[in-house]
Write a protein that binds this ligand. Structure first.
Ligand code: G4P
Length: 529
């Protein structure tokens, strides 16, 4: 197959949702359709179960699983689909944000009863900022939930999306009869628990036809006609270009658990979802069909085995084919590296491959060369940008508990931060190190891994910080900025890239600081460079 055809047949996407909306179940059903797995339950969930928040061994076990399920690839109707797994647990939200830099589109799963939840809002906001094309899947229609129109309103208001339903439910919960597929113009009848079988599909080219009454009954048929009329009156017509630009989001209804509405979603997805998209580097826009390889690291996974301290760096291929045993330039180190055993990912396994194409993810064994955001090329000096770092929610001093192991501790912290486990801030005043995390769970992860992988011991000490703000002065040399640095010295730190950060202790003090120094900007996110 030609290089161009290989690109054209790839779809790389992520599924995002609030925990428990059905992301894992939907992923599994998609794999079933692709024939990548034979039965439901085959894919182990990558999620950290509720109640496991302080069970550390459970996290280690999950880490193992999450390598296996980081990228799930399968073929469907000649299309190569790469699903990038995103951890649902909110303590690992940063991981998810970074993975979103490597997807070309997303599917947002929403629970029909719970509607738009907190985690969905945050993730969709990131996708919106990046104009990532989104398809919404409203799940669990076999249960009683919110009215279909009410939910569409909620999605528009809370998520700031412009939606257009491409399918519509006929009843719900106990009365759930099926789905009218606006995209394919047919009715899919729900026959209860059809975990493995694909549902009955009846072609309905004309909603006014009597056949609709026969299959649904008079009341349901009339209601459906009214609702579809309302849909076409209120919502914009689907337009692929608008969807691809991130300006319009199609909505599907279904029940992942019952394998209902999933085929429709997948069939529409392969038709409309984007092929690998061009990516902006700091220097220029790079197109997937360029002859020369380039890609970037969006995730690093440490080896589970403490005797082998190698790691797996996940590289999204942006342009050109990636070939085994070919020297590529690690731009940040300005050094050529060759990879003798790059991994490609399939549904549940990884395999060494000779060649991979734009849109694909390759896993490269790494002994500490990579950090998140690194670019690889055939020689060109470009840097992909846009892997953001968000203000952590928790802050603690980290102390060395074993003076003989200071070197190991420092190396361990360094590598764990490169992996993106947490963020490190060094106080300007006294050089003390502060670890910032999204969730309290990470402190345990860090402590455990420092001990088991690096032989170092640490303790923590609480620090009262509300938010880390990256400081951006209008002019580094103006008096106002100098005064700010003098007065607030106690609260200033450098992040791992050497950028200045203000650790504010309350939202009130941040507000006061902003007012007092109007020429200094405070940002809650940083782009890792
Ligand atoms: P997540 O990855 O988004 O966190 O969600 P997951 O797929 O694990 O689904 C969360 C729960 O919702 C699971 O039940 C799952 O079986 C259920 N679920 C998913 N899709 C549907 C659906 O279409 N209808 C109904 N009624 N339930 C659905 P659980 O009891 O928490 O877990 P499990 O023991 O079944 O694995």
């Amino acid at each position: 197959m030609k290089f161009i055809e290989e690109i054209q047949r790839r779809r790389t996407f992520g599924i995002i949702s609030h925990p428990d909306a059905g992301k894992t179940t939907l992923t599994e059903k998609l794999l079933l359709f692709g024939g990548a797995i034979q039965e439901a339950g085959a894919v182990k969930s990558n999620k950290i179960k509720k109640g496991a928040t302080s069970d550390f061994m459970e996290i280690e076990r999950q880490r193992g699983i999450s390598v296996a399920t980081s990228v799930l690839a399968f073929e469907y109707k000649g299309i190569k689909i790469n699903i990038l797994d995103t951890p649902g647990h909110k303590d690992f939200a940063e991981d998810t944000f970074r993975t979103l830099t490597a997807v070309d589109s997303v599917i947002v799963v929403i629970d029909v009863a719970k509607g738009v939840e907190e985690q969905t809002e945050k993730l969709v906001e990131v996708c919106r900022m990046r104009n990532i094309p989104m398809i919404v899947f409203i799940n669990k229609l076999d249960r009683e939930g919110k009215d279909a129109f009410e939910l569409l309103d909620e999605i528009e208001q809370k998520l700031g999306l412009r939606v257009t339903p491409l399918s519509f439910p006929i009843g719900m919960g106990y009365d759930f009869k099926g789905i009218y597929n606006i995209w394919e113009k047919n009715v899919n009848l729900f026959s209860g628990d059809s975990r493995k079988d694909i549902e009955d599909t009846v072609e309905i080219s004309d909603l006014d036809s009597k056949e609709l009454n026969t299959i649904l009954g008079d009341d349901s048929a009339d209601t459906l006609r009214e609702e579809i009329e309302l849909v076409s009156g209120v919502y914009p017509e689907f337009d692929k270009t608008e969807y691809l630009n991130g300006d319009l989001q199609p909505v599907f209804y279904g029940s992942a658990l019952n394998n209902f509405g999933v085929r429709e979603l997948l069939d529409c997805f392969i038709e409309i979802a984007p092929t690998p998209r061009p990516k902006q580097s700091e220097e220029r826009l790079v197109k997937p069909d360029e002859e020369k390889f380039s890609g970037f690291v969006f995730k690093i996974h440490a080896n589970m085995d403490p005797n082998h301290r190698d790691r797996l760096a996940f590289v999204k291929i942006v342009s050109g084919p990636f070939k085994r045993n070919t020297p590529y330039l690690h731009v940040r180190h300005n050094k050529k590296l060759k990879f003798s055993s790059p991994n490609a990912f399939f549904a549940e396994r990884k395999e060494i491959v000779d060649i991979s194409y734009p849109g694909d993810i390759v896993g490269l064994h790494d002994t500490g060369n990579f950090k998140i955001g690194d670019t690889l090329t055939e020689g060109e000096l470009i840097n992909y940008k846009g892997i953001p770092s968000f203000s952590p929610e928790h802050f603690r001093y980290i102390n060395n508990a074993d003076p003989m192991k200071a070197k190991q501790l420092s190396k361990g912290i360094d590598q764990l931060m490169d992996e993106g486990v947490a963020q490190l801030f060094t106080l300007e005043l006294n050089g003390r190190k502060v670890i910032g995390t999204v969730g309290a769970l990470q402190y345990e992860v860090i402590q455990y891994r420092l001990e088991h992988e690096y032989g170092a011991k640490c303790t923590y000490e609480n620090l009262n910080v509300h938010k880390a703000c990256w400081v951006e002065p209008e002019d580094e040399n103006n008096e106002e900025f100098k005064e700010f640095k003098r007065v607030k010295q106690r609260y200033l730190a450098k992040d791992k890239q050497g950028q200045l950060v203000f650790l504010s202790d309350s939202s009130f003090s941040l507000q006061m600081t902003e007012q007092k120094y109007p020429t200094v900007k405070f940002r809650f996110t940083s782009e890792i460079v």
